[in-house]
Design a protein around this ligand. Structure first.
Ligand code: HEC
Length: 209
């Protein structure tokens, strides 16, 4: 673990990294130990999500290859990851990754069918794609600054009147959630109290470290 911290540390100027490390190590030792400078690790964070929610229908092992996709065989899965228009996952570009879109949208090709990943799971997958969608723990990751430029993925929010709002999560701000509107990319604060309980939970999940 120590060696890994050091290796990751060299990717960022130490001046930027130090205060955060200090804060984390004093307040949240387990988090710091587990996460180092980057948020999502494929084997630890992403694979278990896919295993729980997707292997049932997308697996080389069981032969269930719905729509031709398998996610338990990394050689095959890797072919879906590339920076072009047809790839399911575009490294560093969560908002242009179809894979993520079908997890968060409620369109007819929503995955998994008839179920929803939790906000925390979607957040992990978003982070993993943002950082470069690598299977290797020690592969060079995309710089966080490059990642910030891409828009957050569009999710469905429901308010207390049952109306659906499609927007990306930006941050929690007091008793408001700041959403990014898909059409003009405007940031709009929305009162948490006016969201359904499920959407309030989604907002809190998205904001969780
Ligand atoms: C209960 C079975 C089932 C589960 C579980 C499931 N899928 Fe699917 N998936 C399907 C079927 C069936 C299709 C083909 C749907 C179609 O062509 O309309 C599909 C298609 C897809 C596609 C292609 C979609 C497109 O728009 O072309 C992707 C990508 C995908 N699934 C990803 C996932 C991911 C990621 C998970 C887990 C989070 C998942 N699936 C879980 C059954 C499933």
């Amino acid at each position: 673990m120590l060696a890994k911290e050091k290796r990751d540390g060299t990717l960022m100027p130490s001046s930027k990294r130090a205060p955060m490390s200090l804060l984390r190590s004093s307040l949240l030792i387990p988090l710091f130990a587990a996460s180092s400078a980057f948020a999502a690790d494929f084997k630890k964070d992403i694979q278990p999500i896919l295993e729980r929610n997707c292997y049932e229908c997308h697996s080389l092992k069981t032969g269930k290859k719905k729509a031709g996709f398998v996610f338990d065989d990394l050689k095959t899965f890797k072919m879906d990851i590339a920076d072009n228009d047809v790839a399911q996952i575009r490294p560093g570009k969560p908002s242009e990754s179809h894979f993520l879109e079908i997890l968060v949208s409620d369109g007819k090709n929503h995955m998994p069918p008839n179920e929803n990943l939790s906000g925390a799971e979607i957040k992990k997958i978003t982070e993993w794609i943002t950082e470069g969608a690598s299977f290797e723990k020690d592969a060079p990751k995309l710089a966080p600054t490059a990642a910030k430029k891409s828009l957050p993925p569009i999710m469905s929010w429901t308010n207390v009147d049952g109306k659906t709002i499609k927007a990306g999560f930006v941050r929690l701000d007091g008793d408001h959630v700041v959403l990014r509107m898909p059409l003009n990319a405007a940031e709009v604060p929305y009162p948490l109290a006016k969201l359904s309980e499920a959407s309030q939970k989604l907002a809190r999940d998205c904001a969780a470290p």
